[in-house]
Design a protein around this ligand. Structure first.
Ligand code: NAP
Length: 343
């Protein structure tokens, strides 16, 4: 493989706060024997990246300086001597839980996450362990592929890997952010019925165009769980992706059927909740915490994206130099994903 040496441009965080995220020239890292060096094509932002930069996501784990952002796609330009899995020129994706390859998670998976505590991909080049990289789907662009590692895999792992989603099932998705829009696309492709809650009628229209069967404006209809029951003939949904968290988890229990599944993913409205345990008991609700997913599921998902021709929904693509604007856009809310084109 070609020799890569010299310096690269990288955004590095030197203290919490976006004002401390600085574009710098640094040395191109050298892959160890089990690693690959990729030329980064694009990265996408997740809520986690903003929370890390702002210092409220495991601040004690954040290295200084940090090249942030976990989700990246790139082309392999150099590989360590032991790498057999890929060849030069392969287009690969990063995998957040880089040591969780299959089966049940180990207790120390967060020790090996990209973008904290490992260095991330908001740079011209990035190091990945070869075993934890995954081929990108062939039918999508770099900008689209960069959206997959966290948001899409989280939705897929919740609905399909853990949830065993079947055609004809009903799924509730909260809002129109990254995870929920992927949940909509995946559930629709697999033949499920999809109900999306949103604060915006315009975003609701876009969700209908993507295949949603019903929209509930949760601002105009705060009792959105009652509306889900009405839409499901009083039964409730089979699955719900809980990205909002906080006290709303009680509404989600009401909106799902007896022995329905709630995947607890996000904490947009709070990291704690007062749960009505009697409702959980009587309804026998399955409440499953989700931490993205493992590599095997990522590979299965990528095959499904090619098979069903799923195109990730991107709100805006920013240039590499506009990284700060991209972070600021994420804070305001996006329809789908925010992407930064690197090369
Ligand atoms: N556990 C995991 O593995 C995992 C993985 C990925 C993400 N997450 C977490 O999941 C959450 C969502 O992530 P994301 O990347 O999808 O976020 P995002 O792209 O920033 O999505 C935010 C959207 O959520 C909707 N929303 C906000 N408050 C709401 C409410 N009270 N009710 C309904 N919808 C609401 C809004 O949609 P509308 O504008 O349509 O109202 C908003 O645009 C975050 O907390 C993130 O940290 C966890």
């Amino acid at each position: 493989m070609s020799q890569i040496a010299g310096s690269m441009k990288a955004w590095r965080l030197h203290a919490f706060g976006l004002e401390n995220l600085v574009l710098e020239n640094v040395s191109i890292p050298e892959p160890k024997s089990n690693e690959i060096l990729i030329k980064v094509g694009a990265v996408s932002l997740n809520f986690r990246d903003k929370a890390i930069a702002d210092g409220f996501y495991e601040p004690e784990r954040v290295p200084n300086p940090l090249i942030p952002v976990s989700d990246a796609v790139g082309t392999i330009v150099k590989a360590g001597s032991d790498v057999k899995k890929f060849t030069a020129g392969d287009r690969v994706l990063s995998h957040l839980y880089s040591h969780w390859l299959d089966g049940a998670p180990s207790s120390n998976e967060p020790d090996f996450c990209l973008g904290t505590p490992f260095q991330g991909g908001l740079a011209e080049y990035m190091i990945l362990e070869a075993e934890s990289a995954v081929l990108a789907p062939s039918t999508i662009t770099d900008e689209e592929a960069a959206t997959l590692p966290i948001a899409a895999l989280t939705a897929w792992f919740s609905l399909v890997t853990y949830g065993g989603l079947k055609a004809g099932d009903t799924v509730v998705l909260q809002g129109t952010g990254g995870v929920s829009i992927f949940g909509l696309q995946i559930a629709h492709a697999l033949g499920a019925k999809v109900i999306v809650t949103t604060s915006s009628d315009d975003k609701g229209k876009k969700a209908l165009e993507l295949g949603a069967d019903a929209i509930i404006n949760y601002v105009k209809t705060p009792n959105w769980a009652d509306e889900v029951l009405r839409l499901t003939n009083g039964v409730g949904a089979d699955q719900l992706l809980e990205v909002v968290g906080g006290e709303g988890l009680n509404d989600s229990i009401e909106a799902t059927r007896v022995a329905g599944r709630i995947s607890v993913i996000g904490f947009l409205a709070g990291q704690t909740t007062n749960l009505n345990l009697m409702r959980v008991i009587f309804k026998q609700t399955l409440i499953q915490g989700i931490a993205v997913g493992h590599l095997k599921a990522f590979e299965e998902m990528n095959e499904a994206f090619d098979k069903y021709n799923i195109k990730p929904v991107i709100d805006t693509v920013y240039s590499f130099e506009q990284a700060i604007e991209a972070y600021q856009h994420l804070s305001k809310g996006a329809f789908g994903k925010i992407v930064i084109k690197v090369s």
